[in-house]
Write a protein that binds this ligand. Structure first.
Ligand SMILES: Nc1nc2c(c(=O)[nH]1)N(C=O)[C@@H](CNc1ccc(C(=O)N[C@@H](CCC(=O)O)C(=O)O)cc1)CN2
Ligand SMILES: Nc1nc2c(ncn2[C@@H]2O[C@H](COP(=O)(O)OP(=O)(O)OP(=O)(O)O)[C@@H](O)[C@H]2O)c(=O)[nH]1
Ligand SMILES: [Mg+2]
Length: 473
């Protein structure tokens, strides 16, 4: 495995298909044979040279720009050769094949997905969070995501993590030094304001954690489930939000049998909306298919970040209909995170006279004080307010400035760090503080943070991260 990281690699770096310019890029060592074979002469380091790229027969395959980066001053930290050719897919494959052939003496092989970026990481050109930002930048599907990944690539997120880590290291060294002089223990820690520093680093960590959660949301999106009894207009609402006829809508209760998912964007945030089969009590389902569909509705509801509890304003006041809503409300209210994620939405506002007051919340929901909205999936009235309310539900009134993209992996690592810091604070608060335990918690906190930037990272994590890149990146 280690050896593979030293083999020279080559790949087409540009996207598949036709383009104005296409790049073949090689990284490794002893690339002089390649330079000689393809360019016919040595190249001035880090200068763009316009010349013919030569085939095996010495005939030009293309006229392009060649760039030679001697190690370690390159994107990968290794020696790099770039052939910037015209962007024809067949031409690029010819150049690639010619490179592989000419590079046989040095063991040149085709790069695996993400291998160039992995080498940049292994050679300290990027840390792990920055390498992830490269992938996120390439995959960004909204402007907000692209800007935020650009900031993370420039090191904004890594800088925050490293600053926290430096402070943890300083504190740990202080505690460890104190351990060596037990008679001066208390004094030493007090003089250095160890407790105050611990509190401050914990507060900073909380702030970074909150922003990182938002950054992960920006990348991964929020899960919104549309739930309610049959025929209230869930599928109509999905279609209205998506601006497309995705789910079947009919006046027949029980139309939707299975989950239908669509991803929409609200202010650049991906929102994964799931339409579900209308909820009824087990005995009331028309058949086995509907019963299974309803089971799936409840699983989707369990896992959601936000649940839109949709109700039919035109039928409010019908005793059987209200009773069914009350039963659903009770079950929704029983979810441990119910308070933060429920939205009560009255649909079919167009079907009642304007100004009709909204009926009261079901008893089970009153204490939770969920936002209550009125809309019409048919006319689009109130849809914009629902979009705003969904963002507010996850803490966003509008997209925060200066956010850096993050992954749930980062959120989890910060969470682990927070756990160790809390242990450390509890230990430090006691007069008989067990300093060896305190030092150990600080070390664990430091390691958990290190996982973000890759200071501590297992091989399988690296494989997982880089394996998702495209070839040539
Ligand atoms: N043509 C081309 N464009 C590209 C890339 C590439 O590999 N080729 N990149 C591929 O990802 C990105 C740029 N990444 C790069 C990162 C470092 C260096 C580099 O030469 N680093 C040296 C010198 C730094 C300096 O002069 O300040 C170094 O780190 O020592 C070059 C490209 C995006 N654009
Ligand atoms: N007037 C009016 N009718 C609506 C509105 N939204 C939906 N409907 C109608 O209500 C009926 C049911 O709509 P659907 O979207 O299929 O309802 P659903 O909640 O998905 O129903 P199931 O899939 O059976 O659970 C259809 O006839 C829709 O045209 C609305 O805002 N106003
Ligand atoms: Mg439906």
């Amino acid at each position: 495995m280690l050896g593979r990281h030293h083999e020279p690699i080559v790949a087409v770096a540009t996207a598949a298909g036709r383009g104005a310019v296409g790049i073949v890029r090689a990284s490794g060592r002893d690339l002089g044979v390649l330079v000689q074979a393809l360019c016919g002469r040595p190249l001035l380091p880090r200068h763009a040279t316009y010349l013919p790229f030569l085939g095996a027969d010495g005939q030009p395959l293309d006229q392009g720009l060649a760039l030679h980066f001697p190690a370690p001053h390159s994107a990968t930290g290794e020696e790099v050769l770039e052939l910037q050719a015209h962007g024809g897919p067949v031409l690029l494959q010819l150049l690639l094949a010619r490179c592989l052939e000419a590079g046989r003496p040095i063991g040149l092989r085709l790069a695996e997905p993400g291998e160039f970026t992995q080498r940049a990481f292994l050679n300290d050109k990027l840390d792990l969070a920055q390498a992830e930002a490269v992938a996120d930048l390439i995959d960004a599907s909204t402007e907000a995501a692209a800007r935020s990944a650009g900031r993370a690539l420039a090191g904004a997120f890594s800088g925050e993590v490293n600053a926290l880590r430096d402070e943890l290291v300083a504190l740990r060294l202080l505690v460890e030094a104190t351990l060596d002089f037990p008679e001066e223990e208390i004094d030493f820690l007090q003089q250095a304001d160890a407790r105050g520093r611990l509190e401050r680093v914990a507060a900073t960590l909380d702030a970074v954690l909150a922003r990182t959660r938002q950054g992960a949301l920006l990348r991964e999106g929020m899960q919104v489930v549309l739930a309610g009894q049959p025929n209230v207009g869930k599928s109509s609402l999905l279609n209205a939000l998506a601006g497309a006829e995705l789910a079947i809508v009919t006046p027949i209760a029980g139309t939707t049998r299975d989950r239908v998912r669509e991803t929409i964007q609200i202010d650049g945030v991906p929102v994964h909306v799931t339409d579900t089969a209308g909820l009824r009590a087990d005995g009331e389902a028309a058949d086995e298919v509907e019963r299974i569909g309803i089971g799936r509705s409840w699983s989707a509801i369990e896992a959601a970040d936000a649940v839109v509890f949709l109700r039919d304003l035109a039928r409010a006041g019908e005793p059987a209909h209200d009773a069914a809503d009350d039963r659903i409300a009770e079950r929704l209210a029983a979810h441990p995170a119910a308070a933060g994620r429920l939205l009560c939405v009255w649909n079919k506002a167009d079907a009642v006279p304007p100004g009709t007051p909204l009926p009261p919340l079901p008893a089970a929901l009153q204490a939770l004080e969920p936002p209550v909205l009125r809309l019409s999936a048919a006319t689009g009235e109130g849809l914009e307010a629902l979009r705003r309310a969904l963002l507010r539900q996850v803490g966003w009134d509008s997209l925060p400035e200066g956010l850096t993209i993050a992954r749930s992996r980062h959120v989890e690592a910060l969470h682990r760090t927070r756990g160790h810091l809390q242990q450390a604070r509890a230990l430090a608060a006691r007069d008989d503080a067990a300093l060896d335990l305190l030092a150990e918690e600080l070390r664990l906190a430091q390691d958990a943070l290190g996982a973000i930037t890759g200071a501590f990272s297992a091989d399988d994590l690296l494989g997982e991260i880089f394996g998702r890149f495209c070839i040539g990146k």
